[in-house]
Write a protein that binds this ligand. Structure first.
Ligand code: IPM
Ligand code: MG
Length: 372
């Protein structure tokens, strides 16, 4: 029996292609694993009314880790229209499978390292090395949303809200509500993960990202909890910043920052910003990490317009595979894979279109595999 069981979830579009690329390097490393395909994605929404079917959920209960490609999602009306006729009009609601997976398996730590590899023509500046810890289960992603607003909620809001709130004059279908729910436990564990990482890897500073000056209740709780956690790590410098200012300062001087920790939505935003500074979509890798399971993925989406062309850069996914190796405890393989990737970037002979070249997805994977 293989040492590891790994769920293999390509999803849609280029998700399939980049996972094929990751398989090339994992095979070359001879990771002792059984890879088990899981159905997930747009195809299953259209056919079954569920993009993340129960059989895939069951599969994830029985593996050590998973690699996930990407999934296409569309606005509600378009999504409904693509269902097979028998399922249409049944009130099925499309919710992003990756968001569901993060919540269902309590993958609370979204870890997004953003490291610029020397020689990458897409680096914003040389030697950027930022690590984003994004809370991955709550906040505005909690899925508690109302449109139209139910009467009991509308009445309660009118009763307790302040008179200047504009919606008091509106009908229930003229406004919508998305709840932002942050918990002390959720905030505490992600901040702890960030500080533990900083301590283990000798990082100098952790910056808490929020908007507590306006979103007082939820972000206030996040900031307060984060500051409490920080007190347990006296050797590590801590500061905090509002999300808006943070985006400016990060661009102005990324070297002032090191480890960043944020609630879900702000983490989503700054991790794209940080990924862009180290080469963009082709380089942003991501781990969704819980206590029992971890799912690794490129930060990018399914890029339908490139699907089938095998032209996108697989490095984000290959670096996600490196994160998986580290998480499984296969550090030596992880380091080897990172070094091989860095060497191919530095050499600059094989470059995908985003890097100004015309190498194909699998050429990049093979070039990296050749260095292993
Ligand atoms: C990400 C993506 C997802 C998110 C989308 C695809 C639901 O943007 O992983 O950053 O918002 O979390
Ligand atoms: Mg995102």
């Amino acid at each position: 029996m293989a040492k590891y069981k790994i769920a293999w979830l390509p999803g849609d579009g280029i998700g399939i292609e980049v996972l094929e690329a990751a398989k090339i390097v994992l095979d070359k490393l001879k990771l002792d694993a059984e890879y088990i395909h899981g159905d997930i994605g747009w195809e299953f929404w259209c056919k079954e009314g569920d993009a993340f079917p129960q059989r895939t959920i069951d599969l994830l209960k029985n593996v050590n880790a998973a690699m996930f490609g990407a999934i296409t999602s569309k606005p509600i009306k378009e999504a409904e229209a693509e269902l097979i006729p028998g399922l249409r009009g049944k009130g099925l609601i499309y919710r992003s499978p990756i968001v569901r997976m993060r919540q269902q398996f309590d993958l609370y730590n979204c870890l997004r390292p953003c490291k610029g590899y020397p020689g990458n023509p897409l680096n914003y500046k040389e030697n950027i090395d930022l690590v984003v810890f994004r809370e991955n289960t709550e906040d505005l992603y909690c899925g508690v949303e109302f449109s139209p607003v139910p009467p009991e909620l509308a009445e309660t809001l009118l009763r307790i809200s302040k008179p200047f709130i504009a919606f008091k004059d509106f009908g229930r279908d003229q406004y919508a509500i998305s709840c932002k729910i942050n918990t002390r436990k959720g905030s505490e564990r992600i901040v702890r993960a960030a500080f533990d990482f900083a301590k283990k890897f000798n990082r100098k500073k952790v910056t808490i990202v929020h908007k507590a000056n306006v979103v007082r209740a939820t972000d206030g709780l996040f900031l307060e909890t984060a500051k409490e956690v920080a007190m347990n790590y006296p050797g590590i410098e801590v500061d905090d910043a509002n999300i808006d200012a943070m985006t400016m300062w990060l661009l102005k001087n990324p070297f002032n920052y090191d480890v960043l920790v944020a609630p879900n939505l702000y983490g989503d935003i700054i991790s794209d910003l940080c990924a862009q500074m180290v080469g963009g979509l082709g380089f942003g890798c991501s781990g969704n990490i819980g206590e029992k399971l971890a799912v690794f993925e490129p930060t990018h989406g399914s890029a339908p317009k490139y699907a089938g062309q095998y032209k996108v850069n697989p490095i984000a996914t290959i670096l996600a595979a490196k994160m998986m190796l580290d998480w499984l405890g296969e550090k030596e393989m992880g380091t080897k894979l990172e070094n091989a990737t860095a060497a191919v970037i530095k050499e600059g002979k094989i470059r995908t279109y985003d890097m100004g070249g015309n190498s194909k997805t699998l050429d990049m994977a093979k070039a990296i595999a050749d260095k292993l």
